[in-house]
Each structure stands twice: as C-alpha cells, then as structure tokens.
Design a protein around this ligand. Structure first.
Ligand SMILES: C[S@@+](CC[C@H](N)C(=O)[O-])C[C@H]1O[C@@H](n2cnc3c(N)ncnc32)[C@H](O)[C@@H]1O
Length: 279
C-alpha cells in the first residue's frame, strides 16, 4: 500500500503498460489538480441536461448533477427501509463529492485507491483506501453501493460487481454511471485504443459493449431496476465543453495525459446510468 503513496514514482508507473490498481492510483495521485477537467475537484464528465457548455464553470454544475441523477435512481423501496445506521459505499469516490451530497442521511463511506485524492477530499466525508475488486468488508454488511464513472478502471468491472453483490445485504441497492469502452473497430480505433488504455488506465478485460456490461451485473445476481443510455447527455456535451475551452484546459492539463488521450474525441465511448437490486 505504501507504494501507492509514493508520488515520486507516479510518473514512471503511469508510463507503464502493465495495468494494476496502483497504476490507476498513480494516475489520479500525480494528475492532482492537473486533471484534464480543470475546475477544482471535478473528476467526472457530468450530466448536462439544461446546462450551457459555453460556461467554463458549467462542468462543476454538471458533475454535481451527475451525482444527484445517480442518487435519484436508487430503488425507492430499499431507500424507505434505510436508517441512519445503514451503510452506503461509494466505490471509486474521487474527492467525495457524492458523499457530501448524501450528508449524514446514512453511514456513508467512500473507497478509493488514490491517496492523493483522499488527502484532498471534501470536508467531513468518511473514506477508506481500498480497491473495488477486494472490498475490506464482510458479506451482507452494507445496504447500498454507488459508483460514478469509475468502474472502467477496476480490475475488473465484473470482479467489482461480484464484490458489490457480496457485501450488499439481501435486496440491497446499487446505482451508478459507467463509461463504456466498446471494442475497437477499424484501423484507427484499433491503433488508438492501447493509448487510451494506458492514458486512462483501464484493463483490456473492461472493453466490451453496453450489453456485456448489463449482462455482467445480471450474471452476479442483480436485477436491473433502471437503465439509461446517457451518451448524449454526458459524453457529447462534455466533448463540446472540452473543445470550447481547449486553450484554458490545455494550459492546466498534464501534457502526458493530453498526448496519450488526444484521440479521446474520436473514440465511440458510450455512457450508461443504472440502478439495480441484489437478488
Ligand atoms: C473518473 S474518477 C471518478 C471519481 C468520482 N466517482 C467522481 O465522480 O467524482 C475515477 C475514480 O476511481 C478511482 N479508482 C480507480 N481504480 C480504482 C480501484 N481499483 N478501486 C477503487 N477506486 C478506484 C480513482 O482513484 C478515481 O477516484
């Protein structure tokens, strides 16, 4: 675990082709505020309904809207049964923005491999340094799991779903948003995908269609209660925001991150929002 904290090595580990949890951690540790999404503590692409991409600060509002959208999808019946002692886990919690919104509604805890982000977390949020594919919790010990735009990094997405199912109480809820990486088609996509895998740190095992992702949740014992393909409300406007503010973003962004992900605008990513209930 200590290696994760060694930011001096982060740069070279980020260059490595071997992908492990500590490299995703290194990516977020060393990017610090120099993440391509420049404003403050934003670490997702946001949900852009009714927001103006011409305003630089709209990304922060969109990020907040994404948290609220994901939380709003939770299964009503299970929420009604929640008490202030119910535990909710935010896996891949970034700076803890979603936990801040949840407040003290339940016993909320964020899980993240990036100690750099945890050290700069929002005030008052509870966090733990741990990996999504090996959650340090007992079987059936939490009532809800949430994960926003993080599972593409996990080793693997499916292992995380199995872990989430394991730690959830019977009928517990899970709700999240996911960046989907469809298999590369054509020469250009096949050439750029390895750069994205390295620059954005996701394993080959997480490359797959929207249907594969849904099947992965169902296979480990979740029933999908809400499913929304949100590419047009997340990725498309985020790209427009990026293009619109490119000079300002480039001034602050990490140059290596920019070079490795220059093809981001052209890869056919998809984005889904879902909620599910443990069976
Ligand atoms: C795109 S950011 C999203 C952060 C946050 N959910 C948000 O929306 O602001 C992805 C997050 O996943 C975390 N992460 C990556 N791999 C992880 C792993 N194996 N286990 C737990 N967290 C991980 C990163 O450190 C980062 O905080």
């Amino acid at each position: 675990m200590t290696g994760w904290r060694d930011e001096r090595n982060g740069f070279s580990r980020r260059l490595s082709w071997v992908r492990r949890d500590d490299q995703a951690a290194a990516l977020y540790d060393t990017l610090r505020g120099r993440l391509i999404y420049a404003p403050s503590q934003v670490a997702n692409m946001g949900y852009w309904e009714g927001l103006d991409v011409r305003r630089f600060q709209s990304l922060e509002t969109a990020s907040d809207a994404l948290f609220r959208r994901v939380l709003g999808m939770r299964h009503d019946a299970t929420i009604a049964e929640s008490t202030s002692r119910s535990v909710v886990l935010d896996v891949g919690c970034g700076y803890g923005g979603l936990l801040e919104i949840l407040g003290d509604e339940m016993l909320n805890v964020g899980v993240n491999v990036s100690f750099g982000q945890l050290a700069r977390r929002r005030p008052g949020v509870r966090v733990a340094g741990a990996s999504a594919s090996s959650l340090p919790l007992r079987r059936a010990s939490v009532s809800g799991v949430v994960s926003v735009e993080a599972a593409h990094h996990f080793h693997t997405r499916r292992d995380f779903y199995a872990e989430a199912r394991r730690v959830l109480e019977p009928s517990g809820w899970m709700s999240g948003s996911e960046l989907v990486v469809p298999p590369a088609r054509g020469v250009l996509q096949k050439m750029t995908l390895p750069f994205h895998r390295r620059g954005m740190q996701f394993p080959q095992g997480n490359v797959g269609s929207v249907e594969t992702l849904r099947g992965g949740l169902e296979d480990v014992g979740f029933e999908i209660t809400h499913w929304e393909e949100a590419t047009g409300r997340v990725i498309a406007p985020f790209k427009r925001w990026l293009i619109r503010h490119l000079p300002r973003v480039l001034l602050k962004a990490d140059p290596q991150y920019v070079v490795l992900n220059a093809g981001f605008l052209f890869y056919p990513w998809k984005y889904v929002l879902y909620s599910a209930q443990a069976q």
